[in-house]
Design a protein around this ligand. Sequence first.
Ligand SMILES: Nc1ncnc2c1ncn2[C@@H]1O[C@H](COP(=O)(O)OP(=O)(O)OP(=O)(O)O)[C@@H](O)[C@H]1O
Ligand SMILES: [Mg+2]
Length: 140
Amino acid sequence: MSTINKMKLTIEAKSQNESFARSVVAAFFIQINPTLEQVEDVKTAVSEAVTNCIVHAYDGAQTGSIEISCTLTEKDMTVEIADFGKGIANVEQAMKPFFTTVSTGERSGMGFTVMQAFCDSVRVTSEKGLTTVTLVKKVA
Ligand SMILES: Nc1ncnc2c1ncn2[C@@H]1O[C@H](COP(=O)(O)OP(=O)(O)OP(=O)(O)O)[C@@H](O)[C@H]1O
Ligand SMILES: [Mg+2]
């Protein structure tokens, strides 16, 4: 399926940019006529991915870049969320339900599980200095 539109957004890894990012991605998604439920699903998944960049990639420093790229076809949207932070040591383990590296009890380890539940596919690649989470959400 061929690309009908693309956009790229770079934000600072600040908590207040999380809702901004999710709203921008949702507004872009609207172009391919998703249902309200599909829009909510995308917002939830993007929110989890961006929060991970803020909390984990940059250890809550409230600085560092997050790059969000969206590609639309008539049938789906692909959202790539990239950070340049510390990386994920073991991606397979990180994606398991309830796995978290935060020992304070503040985190439930359900972010990736939520992304998987609300998207049609979730791919993660990571090395020190570049982590990319790629979400695909289909319409209809
Ligand atoms: N962008 C990232 N950079 C570095 N580590 C990450 C990143 N995203 C996730 N991780 C690691 O993967 C683990 C699992 O992430 P996940 O979102 O599933 O759970 P969590 O963030 O710990 O908890 P929750 O999302 O429920 O608040 C995190 O604890 C963290 O160690
Ligand atoms: Mg998380």
